[in-house]
Design a protein around this ligand. Structure first.
Ligand code: DLL
Length: 433
């Protein structure tokens, strides 16, 4: 269902006129209220009046995660704290977290975009949403929650963890939509199975999964296991939280970016050059309606491409393809660039393999080694050792063929790899220690 027909199906020309107007207002606001941006503009001899067209945005330098850290915690807020009603933070793996703020209007905008997102993913007012994204500083739980209420659906704020209780709630309350990270979803499926509960007997119709990279093969695995339609939702706290972009359940082919609020660009992460539609690079966002925490040309480090082709759902907003990884997730193993999602694609193409894996990178002398730990069906462990060895060899060969990198594959029993209640830990890089 398209919740906001006016904006979501607006002819591109009309949309662009609104975007330009909103961009100019945002530029004026950041220049007047955030010393970091004023300084950047002055250093580059730009004034807000120089931004006359959408093309002119390219004159403005990028904003990086380090810039947010340098201004920790509230230095990038464009409004006095009196007007900030909510604070979230993303933990990050290194250094200080990035802190973001919202005015009452920002919270309302976010709820509207999340309501649009849930509707695009198949939800209606009549649905019960089992929201297993974590509640707290992470934007997942509360972001989905306010959107669900705005849509008029019933939301179960179950958060992450206490998985057995989650399964009981699923059985007793009959939720029809599941929202969670894909990895936690698979863990919930395991817990349910152990408790003798089949997802095929539950009432779920749609699942809205994101917050971490996942492959097309993983989608199929989840859809089959849970007997649902699964869509991909994307967002990041620096830009808003979940609901920056979402797939429509009609096409399930790329995520519509809510362009009446965010301007996307794809750049070459090395040179910063803006790339044409279809080319893969780093995603950059400019927010055009946020009050408390606007960002201009923010480098997400997420790798994807943009697809301007019309969609069967009728939305005119551009689509981004599935995020294949992050510039800082990319492993360089003996000179070969490897993304965890590429390995995931190879693994999920093999029948005996379970959707739980971890990559371990070590350095032996000067040589980097990659070990792929992957769970396989329990029954294989009762077969002859040769069966396991042959499977390890087959996976290793497929990885080599597909990615050009040699990896040692180690098959492990179900549940051997630690489960996460939020974002999965896919890589252990012992080289950094
Ligand atoms: O993960 C917001 C979110 C919550 C999105 C719930 C979707 C659902 P952060 O914690 O700030 O915000 O992490 C943002 O997570 O830059 C991506 O690297 C990654 N990410 C988010 N969604 C996807 C996705 C939330 N669908 C970072 N596919 C982003 C791949 C994703 N990666």
């Amino acid at each position: 269902m398209i919740l906001d027909i006016g904006f979501e199906t607006m002819p591109r020309e009309d949309l662009e006129a609104i975007v330009l107007r909103r961009l100019k207002a945002t530029i004026d606001r950041v220049y007047a209220n955030i010393p970091f941006y004023r300084k950047k503009f002055e250093e580059n001899h730009i004034t807000p009046n120089d931004i006359k067209s959408l093309e002119d945005l390219k004159q403005i330098p990028f904003t990086a995660k380090e810039d947010l850290r340098d201004n920790y915690p509230f230095g990038m807020f464009a409004v006095p704290m009196d007007n900030v009603v909510r604070i979230h933070a993303s933990s990050g793996t290194t250094g200080k977290p990035t802190v973001v703020g919202y005015t009452a209007r920002d919270i309302n905008t976010w709820a509207e975009l999340m309501a649009r997102s849930l509707a695009a993913g198949g939800a209606t007012r009549g649905d019960i949403i089992h929201n297993a994204y974590g509640y707290g500083l992470f934007t997942g739980g509360l972001g989905i929650h306010y959107g669900a209420e705005k849509l008029g659906a019933s939301v179960i704020p179950v958060s992450g963890g206490n998985s057995k209780r989650q399964v009981v709630i699923m059985k007793d309350f009959g939720p029809t939509i599941l929202t969670a990270t894909p990895s936690y979803t698979l863990y919930l499926a395991e817990v349910a199975e152990k408790m003798g509960v089949s997802f095929h007997d539950l009432k779920f119709k749609f699942g809205i999964f994101g917050a971490e990279p996942w492959s097309e093969n993983m989608r199929q695995e989840i859809e089959q296991k849970l007997n649902i339609t699964a869509v991909d939702i994307y967002g990041l706290s620096e830009v808003m939280g979940p609901g920056v972009a979402i797939e429509c359940h009609e096409a399930k082919k790329g995520l519509h970016i809510f362009e009446d609020h965010f301007i996307p660009e794809i750049i070459d992460p090395g040179t910063g050059e803006v790339l044409p539609y279809g080319e893969t690079g780093e995603l950059v966002f400019t927010t055009i309606t946020k009050e408390a925490f606007p960002v201009i040309r923010y480098r997400t480090r997420d790798i994807t491409s943009l697809n301007p082709e019309p969609c069967i759902c009728g939305r005119t907003h551009i689509r981004m393809n599935r995020v294949s990884g992050r510039t800082d997730d990319m492993l360089i193993i003996r000179g070969v660039n490897v993304f965890p999602s590429q390995i995931e694609s190879v693994l999920m193409g093999i029948d005996e393999v379970e959707p739980h894996y971890q990559l371990v990178v070590d350095r032996k002398g000067k040589l980097d080694t990659l070990t792929v730990l992957v769970e396989v069906e329990e029954r294989l462990f009762s077969d002859e050792v040769k069966v396991l060895q042959n499977l390890e060899r087959k996976i290793s060969k497929n990885i080599k063929e597909y990615l050009g990198v040699s990896a040692k594959v180690k098959l492990v029993e179900p549940k051997a790899i630690a489960r996460s209640q939020g974002k999965a830990v896919r890589v252990i890089d012992n080289r950094k220690i």
